[in-house]
Design a protein around this ligand. Structure first.
Ligand code: NAD
Length: 260
């Protein structure tokens, strides 16, 4: 088992990519602290991990709330004595609207959860990761980095581009502590993110027609699975990637090369 004795925190682990990653990390021996806004979902993931012989516990946390994030990080360390892996993954698509129509509150909500949430979890983890070194993995996206054609996603794309810039700043700053920091940039992955996606009626007014060849995921002909993404997270969490820091990795079956 690659992660025996390690402790991991995974945000947004009640569903989708975070859930698959938490299960994968636990299966490799890591003890996993599961953070999610929805505690019932998170508890189900804990039950699944425990049922497979793994170790996990869940906390109801809003990643955009500094006190909650700090408390959760401390709780994980108090419980298991150390911290090695942080997967800052919680995120929402938020409101999709023309820039003219997007309210400042809608903008803030998306940026605060996706970007500030990443900063807060990274910041609160540093004192603990410093002790033994570690790995921080951030879920960004093809949007904001290679793809700019998903009209209406200006707040989302901005938050995802910001995460990659933050990742690079953090990778350099934290290298002296042997803390590696990387980002993953998924294309379309089949998850529950539709529940946190709110297209407005005005969106139709700004759509730009784009003609793709048939299908837009050339490699596999469809969206990726959370489990495929979890394998990349495991690689970045483990010592197999010990010389990789400050890098964004696309996991999209070439989707972003077609749309970029
Ligand atoms: P998901 O909705 O299935 O899972 C996200 C989880 O995050 C949910 O359980 C939700 O309750 C939780 N969450 C939302 N806001 C939160 C908050 N403020 N505090 C704590 N938890 C919160 O979605 P997913 O697709 O697995 O998304 C995970 C990450 O992947 C996001 O950052 C998203 O932007 C990114 N991403 C997803 C796709 C995709 O196609 N699904 C593509 C690129 C990037």
């Amino acid at each position: 088992m690659k992660l025996q004795g390690k402790v991991a925190i995974v945000s947004g682990a009640g569903s989708g990519i975070g859930k698959a990653a938490a299960i994968k990390l636990a299966a490799q021996g890591a003890k996993v602290c599961i953070l999610d806004l929805k505690e019932k979902r998170a508890q189900k993931v804990v039950d699944e991990i425990s049922g497979n012989g793994g170790i996990a516990f869940a906390m109801e946390v809003d990643v955009s709330e500094p006190d909650q994030v700090k408390r959760a990080t401390q709780e994980a360390v108090e419980r298991w004595g150390r911290l090695d892996i942080v997967f800052a993954n919680a995120g929402i698509n938020g409101t999709l609207a023309p820039i003219e129509e997007l309210s400042p509150d809608e903008w803030d909500k998306t940026v605060e959860i996706n970007l500030k949430g990443t900063f807060l979890l990274t910041q609160s983890s540093i004192p603990h990761l410093k002790k033994n070194g570690g790995s921080i993995i951030i879920t960004s996206s093809i949007n904001g980095n290679r793809v700019f054609s998903n009209i209406g996603m200006s707040a989302y794309s901005t938050s995802k581009a910001g995460q990659v810039a933050f990742m690079k700043m953090a990778a350099l700053e934290l290298a002296r502590y042997k803390i590696r920091v990387n980002a993953i940039c998924p294309g379309a992955i089949e998850t529950n993110i539709g529940q946190n996606t709110h297209p407005t009626d005005e969106l139709n007014q700004i759509k730009i027609p784009v003609d793709f060849p048939e299908g837009n995921q050339p490699l596999e002909g469809g969206p990726g699975s959370p489990e495929q993404v979890a394998k990349l997270v495991l690689f970045l969490a483990s010592d197999d990637s010990s010389h990789i820091s400050g890098t964004e990795i696309y996991i999209d079956g070439t989707e972003s090369l077609l749309q970029g």
